[in-house]
Design a protein around this ligand. Structure first.
Ligand code: NAP
Length: 244
């Protein structure tokens, strides 16, 4: 009997670890951004519903039909109240555009993401994917300067890792605006990260593919384009990528 129970346990465990979120509603923070828009499109193409967070109802509604706009400002955590109701997963692609100030890197990239993680936990949303940056958390003058985004993104990554949520961090190199699938992609652990560039379309595809594969939980994946690789070969590498 105990052998059968053990086998059943193994089976359930294996199913849970490989099962995918194939449908549901995803809250996209940063939905109106240059990458966020592509994430929204990729989610819709994959059959998900999207709740699009923006500080502006107009900007969120402008994303198109079939999207549920949600107005909030991550620098004001109380504005996130109720935003997680009915949500199955969060993808955050927010970013401050200024180094300092009320909507700078510390306020948005760190404290804003912290507020989203807290809201997800409070709202019972277990799955959280964070778009960070390849150089976050690296040593060196340029990476630790408080007027650079990297130390703030590193704090957000750490907070998410320690949150208990089922997380995936996707950390791209410099972003370019070419379509997805033009080049191959090099997936690397942070320690093996080589500075490079990647198309925003590829980042969006990687985030949505990660959402759909629970084997990406607990991973920090840096991503850059690599013209020596076959486009889309990264898809087969996601599941076997090492955990943190
Ligand atoms: N540029 C690069 O080379 C590079 C490289 C690696 C990683 N990254 C990071 O990748 C992420 C996406 O970059 P991107 O260029 O696609 O972004 P982006 O076009 O600058 O968009 C930023 C998004 O953040 C949202 N946002 C800003 N402040 C907010 C606030 N207080 N409350 C709620 N939402 C707020 C904006 O929404 P609303 O204005 O509609 O509210 C917008 O949707 C950023 O974190 C960026 O730092 C960038």
């Amino acid at each position: 009997m105990s052998v059968i129970k053990g086998l059943l346990g193994l089976l359930v465990g294996a199913t849970l670890s490989t099962s995918a979120l194939a449908e549901g509603t995803v809250l996209v923070a940063g939905s109106t951004g240059q990458t966020g828009r592509l994430i929204v499109t990729a989610l819709l193409e994959n059959g998900f519903n999207v709740r699009a967070l923006s500080r502006s109802a107009e900007r969120a509604a402008g994303l198109g039909d079939g999207i549920e706009p949600a107005v909030a400002d991550v620098t004001n955590p109380s504005s996130l109240s109720g935003i997680m109701d009915g949500i199955d997963a969060v993808i955050s692609a927010i970013g401050g555009r200024r180094p300092i100030g009320a909507n700078g890197f510390e306020a948005v990239d760190w404290k804003g993401n912290r507020a989203l993680v807290d809201a997800a936990k409070a709202g019972g949303v277990n799955r959280f994917l964070l778009m960070s940056g390849g150089s976050a958390g690296r040593d060196g003058f340029m990476h630790t300067l408080p007027i650079a985004p990297y130390p703030w993104k590193a704090k957000a990554e750490d907070y998410l890792r320690q949150s208990g949520l089922a997380y995936t961090v996707v950390a791209p190199g410099g972003l370019r605006d070419e379509p997805a699938g033009r080049y191959g992609v090099r997936l690397a652990r942070r320690v093996d990260y080589v500075v490079g560039q990647i198309n925003r379309g590829d980042v969006a595809e990687i985030l949505v593919a990660s959402l759909k594969d629970n084997r990406t939980i607990g991973k920090t994946i840096t991503v850059i384009n690599d013209e020596t690789r076959v486009p889309d070969s990264w898809r087969a590498e996601l599941s076997g990528f090492p955990r943190d």
